[in-house]
Each structure stands twice: as structure tokens, then as C-alpha cells.
Design a protein around this ligand. Structure first.
Ligand code: SAH
Length: 454
């Protein structure tokens, strides 16, 4: 028998916060997940659903609030799926993220003695995103734009988003208010009808250059000149306005065809003193200020003297590779998306680097081949997607035994799993540094430094 039933109303003490930001209370050992509740709080809840080993409850009233509770400043925080922890002070977010990483390293990695440092956070944890992907739609005939609601494709309509740039707010709201007047229909996902699907706004933090991408259902876009004029009047510092055509019935944002409507094809940004050209669809870290902190940490752990050869696995457009290339003898980057490798090569040339090599392909196949060809590394850097490193890549590391591994991770659970495998194969994790790339969300990035045991 479960200790609670659907529709029960209870007073519970919240003990923990899940990786997606729900409070966790236990009733006779039975966990209840409560959206909006924070650790340390006593709250009245209404039980919504009970499963065999856990249940969900709705927060009704806070009897005793956490000292870390703050009023979320965003007007659509409760419905929008973009941020999860605006109701937790930034100090509280830092504590939460450090614990998230430490718990994973202890429980999954079985490495209770590895130091997990306090999170390197931002001084101003707002307005940090250099890229906004804003869906447009309609709600009862009204044009709406904002971000998707949690686990849905309904748009939480808003005029401001406190984690994006003010210019993105201006463009989002300005376009929304003028769309009907210009005769542009917002896209309706369910009916696969209408024209404007998404507006993507990117900004180079170091250069101030702005790119606006209008993702349209059709290539024929009769109001394009009007739209260009409006955007230029809204944000005079815009450097590039492009159209991307996506005629598919899909939730993938971009289609294959991109046309420049006005200005440049690409905008530029810098990380440290390395320059990058960014096109409409290029992958590029979204928090540029913290990217420098993250890469700086990776560089510190790599301890380059100038004599080392480095492999950068999962290199994307080569941002880490080029950041390291200034201090290494040679850097080899591998990435599965061919377009990203083209960007990496172009950016290497743009900066005049001649000590880099980039190859498109799966890291787990390309790196073993490199070793066979005698292209070996002193330091191996990995920055895999959320699912972590491919098992075959980990086995290659254990076979080739580079003396140092630096692991950049966006998922503490898979980081911990992979550290365990590397530990069992002879590496020792020296320390782990979490870096907050996504303030107000529950996402957490961390860098781990490993050395081959003597
Ligand atoms: N280091 C880069 C990108 C990290 S994101 C940066 O900091 O910007 C992870 C990257 O791994 C993505 O670009 C993704 O396309 C790539 N990827 C995913 N699976 C891969 C695989 N098996 N081999 C190589 N790259 C892969």
C-alpha cells in the first residue's frame, strides 16, 4: 500500500531538488515530486498522481519558505519551459549545481574523495544568451511569440525574456506587433499553415554584431523587404538578415536553404583573442562570457607548455581546439557534423593557425585510426553531447594511454559514469570544476581533470 493516495492533501517537508528543478519530499520513504517547491521548505500539497515507487503533487501553499527563495522576475516563469529555477536565488542555484555534480561523482562515479569545487558562476546571471530561437504562432487569432511551455509546443507568449539580449526582445516584440500589419501569417504547427515559423537572433558578444534569421515555410516571401526594413529600424546595429526556408512538417527549426536578405552572410565573434565566423546554422556556445571561463578551465587542466599535441574530440566548430592551438604544438579536432568541420577549418585559417588538423567523422573511429597512423596525443580533450563518451572511445583512451585527459561535460551523470570507466582502466580523477553556463536553468556543465596513474 502506498503511503499517499491521489487527491490527498498533506503538509510535507521538502528535502531535495531534482535535476529538472522539482522539489522532493518523502512520505514514509515514498518520494513526492513537487514543482515549485524548494529544499528546506514545509509546504501544503495536493497529490496529483501516484505510481508504484513515486508520485507527483501540486504545491498549494508554502508554510515555511526557504531562505534561498526569491520571486522569479520573469512574468511567464510559471508556464515557460526555458528556465526552471528562477525562484531559487543565484547563490542557491550555485549550491544546488555543486551538489548535483558532487552527488553524481560520489554515487555513480564512486569517487567520494575527488574534490568538486564550488561552481564558477556569473556576476550578472541574466541576459547572457547570445542566441534566441523564438517560435511564432497564434492563439485565438492573436500573434504570439516567446518560448515553448514545459513539455509542449504551446508558446508562452512574452515581450521580454530576461536571459536573452535586449535586442532579441526588441526584435521579438517589434515583429510580433507588426506581423498582421505587414500581412505575414505566423506559422500554425498543427495545421502546417502560415509563413513565419521562427525568428533566430544571434549576437557576437565581443563585436556587437547581430544576425536575424527569419525561418519561413516557403521560399517565396513577398513581404521580405518590409520585414528587412522593420528589423533595421528596430535594431539599427543589425549586421545580417537572412531567410531560412523550412517547408517540412517537423519540430526541427532550420531547413536546408539559407538566403541572405540584407547585409553580411555571417557575423563575427571572439573567444579570448580567437576570432570566429558564425553563420545562421553554426553551432556555437550560447553563453559567451562563461565559455571563456569554461575553456579557460579546460586550458588550465591541460597544462600546456607549448610542446604538446592535443586531441579535441567532439570539437564542434573547433572553438576549444583553436583556443588551445595558441598554447599547444599541434591540435587535432574531430567532430561528426561535416559542416561544423568546415567552419572549424575556415576559422583556423581566419586566425592564421597552421598547427591544427580537423576531420569529420565519429570520434570513436577517427581517433583509433589516427593512433594507427602515428598521430598520437599527450593530452586528450573530450566534450561529448549529453549521452557522454562512446564506449569505444573510452576503450581507445585506455589502450593508447595519453598521460592527461580533460573531460568537459554537460551532463554530470554520464561524466561520472565515464570517470568510473577511466578510473578502472588506470586514470585518476584529480578534480572537477563545475561552471555555470546556463543560469536560471538546472543545466550544469563541469570540467574534470584526469592523469594516468604511474
Ligand atoms: N566542443 C564544442 C562542441 C561540443 S557539443 C564546443 O565547445 O563548442 C558536442 C559535439 O559532439 C556536437 O558538435 C556533436 O555534433 C558532436 N558529436 C556527437 N557525437 C559525436 C561522435 N560520435 N563523434 C564526434 N562528434 C560527435
Amino acid at each position: 500500500m502506498k503511503p499517499v493516495q491521489k487527491n490527498d492533501r498533506l503538509l510535507v517537508h521538502v528535502e531535495d531538488l531534482t535535476h529538472d528543478g522539482a522539489g522532493v519530499a518523502k512520505v514514509d520513504g515514498y518520494p513526492l515530486f513537487i514543482q515549485g517547491a524548494l529544499p528546506g521548505e514545509d509546504v501544503q500539497v495536493h497529490v496529483l498522481k501516484t505510481l508504484k515507487s513515486y508520485g507527483f503533487a501540486k504545491l498549494i501553499q508554502i508554510e515555511q519558505a526557504s531562505p534561498f527563495r526569491v520571486t522569479a522576475p520573469c512574468p511567464v516563469f510559471d508556464t515557460c519551459g526555458g528556465c526552471q529555477v528562477q525562484h531559487l536565488s543565484y547563490e542557491g542555484q550555485m549550491t544546488f549545481k555543486q551538489k548535483l555534480v558532487r552527488d553524481a561523482i560520489t554515487r555513480i562515479g564512486k569517487l567520494p574523495d575527488v574534490p568538486v569545487h564550488p561552481v564558477k558562476g556569473m556576476e550578472h546571471p541574466w541576459r547572457y544568451r547570445n542566441k534566441s530561437q523564438i517560435p511564432f504562432g497564434t492563439d485565438n487569432g492573436r500573434v504570439v511569440a516567446g518560448f515553448y511551455q514545459t513539455r509542449s509546443h504551446n508558446i508562452a507568449d512574452t515581450d521580454i525574456c530576461l536571459i536573452q539580449t535586449p535586442e532579441a526582445d526588441t526584435i521579438m516584440t517589434g515583429l510580433k506587433n507588426s506581423l498582421h500589419g505587414m500581412g505575414i501569417e505566423p506559422y500554425e504547427e498543427e495545421k502546417h499553415r502560415g509563413m513565419l515559423r521562427h525568428v533566430v537572433v544571434r549576437k557576437g558578444r565581443a563585436t556587437g554584431e547581430i544576425m536575424v534569421v527569419l525561418v519561413t515555410k516557403k521560399k517565396k516571401f513577398p513581404q521580405r523587404d518590409q520585414a528587412v526594413e522593420l528589423i533595421r529600424s528596430l535594431v539599427p546595429e543589425v549586421a545580417s538578415i537572412v531567410q531560412n526556408v523550412n517547408g517540412e512538417k517537423t519540430n526541427v527549426i532550420f531547413g536546408n536553404e539559407t538566403l541572405t536578405l540584407w547585409g553580411k552572410d555571417v557575423i563575427e565573434d571572439r573567444i579570448g583573442d580567437v576570432r570566429f565566423e558564425i553563420s545562421a546554422r553554426s553551432f556555437y556556445q550560447v553563453n559567451p562570457e562563461q565559455t571563456e571561463v569554461l575553456y579557460g578551465q579546460a586550458l588550465e587542466y591541460a597544462q600546456l607548455t607549448g610542446d604538446e599535441t592535443v586531441i579535441d574530440a567532439y570539437c564542434g566548430i573547433g572553438t576549444i581546439s583553436l583556443f588551445l592551438a595558441e598554447r599547444a604544438k599541434f591540435v587535432m579536432g574531430v567532430e561528426i557534423v561535416p559542416q561544423a568541420i568546415e567552419d572549424a577549418k575556415r576559422n583556423a585559417a581566419l586566425n592564421g593557425f597552421s598547427n591544427t588538423l580537423f576531420e569529420a567523422g565519429p570520434a570513436e573511429q577517427v581517433i583509433p585510426r589516427w593512433y594507427k597512423e602515428g598521430k598520437t596525443a599527450d593530452v586528450l580533450m573530450v566534450d561529448p553531447p549529453r549521452k557522454g563518451c562512446d564506449e569505444q572511445l573510452l576503450q581507445t583512451i585506455l589502450k593508447q594511454r595519453p598521460k592527461r585527459v580533460v573531460y568537459v561535460s554537460c551532463n554530470p551523470a554520464t561524466l561520472a559514469r565515464d570517470l568510473r570507466i577511466l578510473e578502472d582502466g588506470g586514470y585518476r580523477t584529480q578534480e572537477v570544476q563545475p561552471v555555470d553556463m546556463f543560469p536560471q536553468s538546472t543545466h550544469c556543465e563541469a570540467v574534470a581533470w584526469l592523469e594516468l596513474a604511474e
